[in-house]
Ligand binder design. Sequence first.
Ligand code: SF4
Length: 391
Amino acid sequence: MWAADGALLRLRLPGGRIRGDRLAALVPIVERFATNGVLVTRRAKLELRGVEAPTAATAALDAAGWLETPTHERVPDIVVSGTPVCGGEATDARTLGHRLHDALAARPPETSLADKFLIAIDAGGVLGVAAVHADIRLDRLGARDWRIAVGGTRATATPVARVHGDADAAGCAAQLVRGVAERFGTQRLRTLTPAERTALTAELLGPLPAHIERPLAESDRFIGYDPALGHVLSFVFGHVPAAALALLAAAAGPDEIAVLPDRRLVVPELSAGRCRELRTLGAIVTVADPRAGLAACVGRAGCAQATTDTRGDALALAHAMPEMASAGLHVSGCRKGCAGRRASPVTLTARDGRYDVIRDGPPDGVVEAQGLTRSQVCTWLSRNDQSGERR
Ligand code: SF4
């Protein structure tokens, strides 16, 4: 695939995990071929960016065992939450993810699914994936049961089944995936109405239960150190330079690093010295870092629709107004909102080289101030935050 900064090569991580020593083997390939390092994607993949010799880079990845077999390539993307922290007997989302992957690899759908078809497995907690908009979701209910739902986030998906145990949950989800492929081919489930979704799943899974309880409550996004989890960190806009990749690999050694679809990484051990070095390389290691609240699309650096330097402006605003950025600032190159379509406390949507300001809304939300430069945005937000006035 190609992007504005050259070719890109995307790598899937089974179960959203990678061992430190396997990551270390990837570092020389990144250093040699990926001029812009690695991007952690919103599907918990690693994307080599700015690849100058894609054929040679692909051969190097193949030699290092990174390429999937054609059978495994046909398995849709599965994102899983991090280590369960919700108490009770731990039912690990990763175990279920492996079971489901194996079930689909053993008997892949006979017809193609949508390119971006996504399955999310969420055990909840501070490393959960509640906000992921998936075609099929498996959300944990208590210690051993799973809710199967289609077409949305944990809050918006349509519940269709309650299943006991990992094996049954994996079997049920695999059956649903195959059925969806046969019935709807490349159509996304999010495009179906709730009534169409329930009719479809009733046909594929049998009569729906009268009541399916709600999954465990969502937790706030966590970044920092927790003895039960390890070090949870992220990188500004998901970009991990090769030097940071090498540090992470050395820190994890034979242990695994978890990669989450909101671009957070969970590293088991990290010395204070390594933590400092990672910060200088763009790591966000505490939620107090105002950059933790930023979202921005690639902007004019990589998209013909954009007229502003979205990421540069987001970083400058985080520096100038850290509290506002910490609360959540989305700088979007246009109303499409490629970095996220959810509401943010402050969203700036570019238009003709300037910004429209939206508060508590998505990039195509209700505009409160139009056509401001970056410095005018600061002034407007300061004045309106203090007075509480709205235009
Ligand atoms: S949000 Fe608009 S400007 Fe930004 S990457 Fe998407 S299409 Fe391009």
